[in-house]
Write a protein that binds this ligand. Sequence first.
Ligand code: C5P
Length: 406
Amino acid sequence: MTGHRILLIVGGGIAAYKACELIRLIRKAGMSVRCVLTAAGEQFVTPMTLAALSEQPVHTSLWDLKDEAEMGHIQLSREADLVVVAPATANLLARMNAGIADDLATTLLLATDKPVLAAPAMNVRMWQHAATRRNVAQLRADGVTVIEPDEGAMACGEYGPGRLPDPEAILAAITAQLAPVKRLPANARPLAGRHVIVTAGPTHEPIDPVRYIANRSSGRQGFAIAGALAALGARITLVAGPVVLPTPAGVDRVDVETAREMAAAVDAALPADAAVMVAAVADWHVAAADQKIKKQPGGAPPALALAENPDILATLAASPRRPALVVGFAAETEQVLAHATAKRARKGADWIVANDVSGGKGESVMGGARNSVHIVTADGVESWPDLPKEAVATRLADRIAAALTA
Ligand code: C5P
């Protein structure tokens, strides 16, 4: 864990005192910690205590960060490897969920591009209230790791779930969250001078001028990978299907609609050192009509004639201009590893990143914030824990950098 940087947001609850012990444990584990104290938190612990324990300045107000050039709130939110909210009060969770940014803590939480871990602490009724249940469920769906509170006697005299977990348990959650990330030195740009093509999102295959066939891919995983690779210094061509995502910093984006357009854009972007094909490319296109197909009253529905799309990944892997590293993705609903291993051979990819979309998980993985993947390579299979898509992206980018620079 040595070297990881934690941004600890201390909310206002009686459990705030446990944040002091948490700071001590985080530092003992070899990590540094910078604290942000909410106004309510200041009612329970003082900035002085947190500053002394963390040996770092403590931030309490958005307006403290006068010198934006030196330490603006954006920088503060992004220079950490992990943002930890402990204790996360019902109010803080509600504001996080709503995207409200009305103080330093919530502004940082909205501005950060790093994984967020929240350790809730509140009265049992507040924890069990439908509003808190909704907020926690949505935050989890958005990729925030919300750990379960402990059950026991509470400061307010009631009994039940809602107690802040012990600092040791919070540290274990922090370690689990960070363990997979092999840290490169800060500002390392191991991919400087390299070009990587990333495909992302779905494709739309027109049926006629107003209708199309699509799939559930949000593009989120591919966009995160493009951003993570750009952060390591690579020049990125991101070939994106129709998605509603902002372009990550430092990424050249080419928007396409159909699989055939995506294939042409990938070809036009060559040569490249690596290609990461994350897009959920439609396997077929429709022999599309030039005019809107009209419903015939009483008539038979039109038959759609499907024709096969080019397999962009397989074509690239077999091409004389093949990048040194070709990575494909596989969403499998059953026998995930067997199918991914077969796909790796069939498509000629160096690695296949397999995600399990069985049991109805297709919808939550393809549109959602988290992903659990297996990396299938010539050396075998590496299974990663369930992580936010951004964390999968960082890990994969680090692994690609290691492979390209080996
Ligand atoms: O065969 P399947 O669609 O499961 O393969 C998934 C992998 O192949 C992904 O990496 C996807 O981007 C790529 N692919 C492609 N062109 C296609 C179909 C899939 O590049 N026509």
